[in-house]
Design a protein around this ligand. Structure first.
Ligand code: MG
Ligand code: ZN
Length: 220
């Protein structure tokens, strides 16, 4: 019985997600769902991304958190259009919430939309939001066993950013082991090592965004 209910929920979600995707395509907005555990640095990465993309790419952000507008306030300080969704007890964003949030953006003025999902490595993987691609952020203090423990998430994300590499001397994190796990689970995944504190790898990340947008713009 429970399985049936969940399937129905996902079916409704999938059709709403397809509608969001159509809207993004018609407005030529490239949508990126960003996922990670809590505290991996999604909001900090978006702040740094805003600094690098200023004057280059027009983007907006949807922030998903259980409570507070703290992350949206941080993004707003970068002069980026942002909307906070508070999910209450909800541990993931769904396509319906994104549909409602999109009413608050002028999509004609955006090229990229980042959706910062609720910090959680489990169910955000199940809920299509209508994004074009999914990016996963894994930070070194979380430990080096996450890919093998959360394979569904790692399999779904086209790109995996390994954040906080500046902490590598201080935390037990075997980079080669993590990369091997990712290779086994998702051989095509693109992996970029970054540090939002030192700026390492951020140029590569910004190049990735620009390339993705260029490819997307070529599609009809
Ligand atoms: Mg955040
Ligand atoms: Zn959830």
């Amino acid at each position: 019985m429970e399985v049936k209910v969940l399937q129905n929920v996902l079916k409704v979600n999938d059709s709403l997600a397809a509608r969001n995707r159509e809207l993004f395509n018609s407005k030529k907005v490239f949508a990126i769902d960003m996922m990670s555990s809590p505290g991996a640095g999604k909001t900090t990465l978006l702040e740094e991304t805003a600094k690098k993309l200023a004057g280059k790419i027009r983007f907006g952000v949807i922030e998903g958190d259980l409570a507070t507008a703290a992350d949206a306030e941080r993004i707003a300080r970068q002069d980026v259009p942002v909307l906070q969704i508070n999910t209450g007890k909800g541990c993931h964003l769904d396509a319906n919430q994104i549909q409602s949030a999109l009413e608050h953006f002028n999509l004609d003025q955006l090229e990229v939309l980042f959706i910062e999902n609720v910090g959680n490595l489990v169910c955000p993987a199940e809920f299509d939001l209508g994004q074009h691609t999914k990016v996963l952020l894994l930070s070194t203090p979380e430990g080096d066993d996450k890919p093998e423990k959360y394979p569904v998430m790692f399999r779904q994300c086209s790109t995996i950013l390994i954040n906080k590499v500046d902490l590598l001397p201080y935390v037990p994190f075997d980079m080669a082991k993590v990369k091997k796990q990712i290779k086994d689970i998702h051989p095509q995944a693109h992996v970029i090592e970054i540090s939002c504190r030192t700026g390492d790898g951020l140029e590569q990340w910004v190049d990735w965004i620009e390339n993705q947008l260029e490819e997307f713009s070529k599609q009809k």
